[in-house]
Write a protein that binds this ligand. Structure first.
Ligand SMILES: Cc1cc2nc3c(=O)[nH]c(=O)nc-3n(C[C@H](O)[C@H](O)[C@H](O)COP(=O)(O)OP(=O)(O)OC[C@H]3O[C@@H](n4cnc5c(N)ncnc54)[C@H](O)[C@@H]3O)c2cc1C
Length: 807
């Protein structure tokens, strides 16, 4: 086929992701689609994949995306006439340690929360299902009957045929070489065979996606890694419908293939391929077998399947696959360009993801919004840090090496640390800070009391910081604590139409007089919550916005993309211009009044206001807000003055017992107060009504805003689900989020956050109840596969009348 001069949507890349995206664009949206592949279809990473298809992930939405893949693979052959090799064999995951077994008990609960049946079975049952397995070291296994395997090249060809059947054009042997842009928009895709005019471009370039993105100035942070597996000759006694097997304690996986076994693994010392561009041509190509490196897997696999000792090896596959710094794939609208979408970096589960990811990407590109909460895979979770290829490579290799290690709660990465530090880093370290990292920033998670080891010791139960964090928590409730939240993302919006533009994007009314703050959500067209932030009006045409560290790129892009065309309103990221100290607790006013000449009484400086306060000779933006349920201020300080202001506050706070406090105490404090966290408790899947945030929506005004129509349609109707707080009297229970909520013994939802409240002395969770009468009924939580009695609460557990906080 010759290259057309024009196409509504150009998909770059003919692997499983590009073909699935083209299929869904053509079939679901009737779009005029052109797919461009530089070699032949499947010739990148897809043709040599092993073909295991697992569905369960730690995010409900991603699990839903993977379930969609399976639904599609089951029916695709009937539609296109081309087989996919789909076999629903089920998947066994083996456990040989107590921690792994706890992980599976939690996983089985997560599966149930997400609507899947995962059973935990005994070593004897494993032996019955896989007679060739040595089960002598097993504690048990998890069993997910709906997982399976498929033929990667066949599915991809089947998707390509489906795409063509619905009108998509596919050209092979044509390479995309660049883009012609007008401002932030691509107008023409340049190729080895000429240019194509287009409205929308979707980069499904696999490990080339980074290079393709760079042609339009966008960053796709991925790293190709060499991944190996072997295929054996036929093995006597191996059933063709045997379950796929993951043996993470031995770092290996298996599946049946024409009577033999496919066996591969995730080693702790992976080998990155190039950090430069991919050499050309690279089509249906593999690396040389690396038996020395693979020996570690072979040894472990033979211990599990002794028949491997005598099985002939038919082939070794050593191919490149793109991995990412956090092990999640990369999807969605590139923040740097208005009409370029990305689907890449599939971390060796691109076959499992392909069907669903193509659906999501097609929806996103055609509607301009993600069809559900895809935050964990959203390309806007990255920042400029991820343009550093060495950092990306180092962190990615660590993530690859952890693929099969036990996932301990609260675990931090070790690589690429100390990249961005606040000016207070040394001071906080002297106080015993144990740091975690978020978007490259080092942030104090907790403070080790003197005489104790300042480091995390991971375990499945209560961890070594539990008591110290309790002390920090109580300090904030009883006296005052100082949080270094300098990593907060901060923006300024200026211009004659700044107020009108922001009021169109925000659900709450931000058009208040200068000096006022507004806590607001920003909604998508379905009324789902896309951002959750504070807007301070500094003057008529000058707003200051504060949001969470991790949401920096996302929220900036959301606001920038939704400023109405032609409006005089400009958003600027000023994150690094300000250090942020958050002073919270009943003594906060005493401390603050000792360091400023300004009047900080409630009458002069009420809740919900912003003032410029002189502190230690510097002008500080003080926001009277709280995320912990105590009296307090967020102080935004010119960055270079952060240490001065910190020292001044600490000196003035000494008689009051003021000490620095970390993020783990913050989490416990906010859970007691029932404050929601974006990305877990409130997401694009949840409306403000469901989240109990209807009070922060300006429906009574006649100001138009994004999501208003959707909310009007929902107003007054019964809620599908409602956010509530849960507690249990079982002190020993560790809540982490994703535990199942049972109402009268029936599934009613799952926790979106979990932790411990030191003031109430109980484990706490937040979660949506899917029942028209959530107030009634008796509740239980399923925690690591065990039912525990629970209480439901609709008011905050701590200080429900707000009297102390707002006076
Ligand atoms: C050894 C191994 C085993 C694996 N096993 C599994 C498994 O069991 N289960 C699983 O789910 N996943 C597995 N994977 C992962 C899976 O193979 C990938 O996630 C998936 O194939 C990625 O698909 P893709 O479409 O993103 O990339 P690709 O298949 O690489 O497709 C990208 C395409 O873009 C084309 N392209 C690039 N640049 C240009 C350009 N400038 N112009 C035009 N076209 C261009 C390339 O030629 C290529 O065909 C495995 C991977 C490896 C390496």
């Amino acid at each position: 086929m010759t290259l057309p001069a024009q196409a509504q949507v150009v998909v770059i890349g003919g692997g499983i992701i590009g073909c699935s995206t083209a299929y869904h664009l053509a079939k679901d949206h009737n779009a005029d689609v052109l797919l461009i592949e530089q070699g032949k279809l499947t010739s990148g990473s897809t043709w040599h994949a092993a073909g295991l298809v697992g569905q369960l992930r730690s995010s409900a939405s991603i699990t839903q995306v993977l379930k969609r893949s399976v639904e599609l693979y089951k029916t695709l052959e009937a539609e296109t006439g081309l087989a996919t090799g789909w076999k629903m064999t089920g998947c066994l995951r083996l456990a040989t340690t107590a921690d792994r077994w706890t992980e599976y008990r939690r996983l089985a609960t997560t599966a149930r929360s997400f609507g899947m049946d995962m059973e935990l079975i005994s070593p004897a049952e494993v032996k019955r299902m896989g007679p060739l397995l040595d089960t002598s070291d097993l504690i048990g296994a998890s069993w997910l009957p709906t997982d399976g395997q498929a033929s990667p090249a066949d599915i991809t060809q089947s998707l390509a045929r489906g795409a063509r059947m619905h009108g998509a054009k596919i050209v092979e042997g044509v390479r995309v070489t660049g883009f012609e842009m007008e401002g932030r928009r691509i107008t023409r895709v340049l190729t080895s065979d000429g240019a194509v005019e287009t409205e929308t471009v979707i980069n499904c370039g696999g490990m080339w996606a980074r290079e393709i993105g760079a042609m339009a100035g966008i960053n796709v942070p991925l790293q190709p890694v060499k991944h190996q597996y072997i295929v054996t000759e036929k093995i006597e006694g191996l059933a063709t419908d045997v379950a796929t097997l993951r043996d993470p304690d031995r770092r290996t996986y298996f599946k049946e293939e024409v009577g033999g076994l496919v066996m591969g693994g995730y080693e702790p010392d992976p080998i990155a391929w190039t950090t430069g561009d991919i050499p050309r041509p690279f089509e249906f190509q593999l690396f040389d077998d690396d038996w020395d490196h693979f020996a570690q897997h072979l040894e472990q696999a033979m211990a599990r399947v002794p028949a491997l000792e005598t099985a002939g090896i038919r082939q070794m596959i050593n191919g490149p696959e793109s991995f990412t710094p956090d092990g999640n794939f990369i999807l969605g609208a590139a923040p740097e360009c208005s009409n370029l979408y990305v689907g890449a970096g599939f971390n060796a589960f691109g076959i499992a993801s392909g069907g669903g990811a193509g659906w999501a990407l097609a929806e996103w590109a055609m509607r301009g919004e993600a069809p559900l909460d895809l935050w964990v895979v959203d390309i806007r979770r990255f920042s400029t840090l991820h343009r550093d290829r060495d950092w990306v490579s180092e962190r990615t290799l660590e993530a690859y090496g952890k693929h099969y290690t036990v996932a301990y709660p609260h675990e931090e990465y070790d690589s690429g640390r100390n990249r961005i530090v606040s000016p207070l880093y040394d001071r906080l370290q002297a106080y015993g800070a144990v740091f975690g990292s978020k978007l490259g920033w080092e942030r104090p998670n907790w403070f080790a009391p003197s005489g104790t080891d300042p480091r995390d010791v991971y375990s499945m139960g209560r961890q070594n910081w539990f008591v110290a964090v309790g002390d920090e928590h109580r300090l904030v409730r009883e006296k005052a604590g100082l949080f270094d939240q300098s990593s907060f993302a901060k923006y300024e919006v200026t211009g004659k139409n700044a107020a009108a533009a922001l009021n169109f994007i925000a659900a709450n009314d931000i058009d208040k007089p200068p000096g006022r703050l507004t806590y607001t959500q920003m909604l998508n067209s379905r009324g789902g919550i896309e951002c959750d932030l504070t807007v301070a009006r500094l003057s008529d045409n000058h707003f200051y916005i504060v949001t969470g560290t991790g949401f920096r790129t996302h929220d900036l892009a959301w606001i920038a993309e939704h400023i109405p065309p032609g409006a005089d309103a400009t958003i600027t990221d000023v994150t690094e211009a300000f250090g942020t100290l958050v002073l919270m607790g009943p003594r906060a006013r005493d401390i603050l009044s000792a360091v400023t000449t300004a009047d900080v009484s409630n009458a002069a400086f009420p809740f919900g206001h912003v003032h410029i306060l002189p502190i230690a000779g510097h002008d500080v933006r003080a926001l009277r807000v709280t995320y912990v349920g105590e009296l307090g201020w967020e102080l935004h300080i010119p960055l270079a003055a952060t240490t001065d202001v910190f020292d001044t506050l600490m000196a003035a706070g000494a008689p009051h017992g003021l000490r620095p406090v970390g993020y783990r105490a913050l989490e416990s404090l906010r859970l007691e107060k029932g404050y929601r966290a974006w990305g877990s408790d409130i997401t694009p899947n949840d409306t403000p009504f469901e989240a109990g945030l209807g009070w922060a929506v300006k429906l009574k005004s006649n100001v138009d805003f994004i999501g208003r129509d959707a909310l009007l349609a929902l107003q007054g109707k019964p809620l599908r689900k409602r956010l509530a707080t849960f507690t249990t009297d079982r002190e020993d229970v560790v809540l982490l989020g994703r535990e199942t909520i049972l109402r009268n013994g029936e599934f009613a939802g799952y926790l979106t956050s979990g932790g411990y409240g030191y003031t109430v002395g109980k484990p706490i969770g937040l979660g949506y109840v899917r029942h028209p009468e959530p107030q009634t009924g008796s509740y239980e939580l399923v925690v690591a596969n065990e039912r525990v009695a629970a209480h439901i609460h609709f008011a905050p557990l701590y200080d429900p009348d707000n009297s102390k906080v707002k006076a």
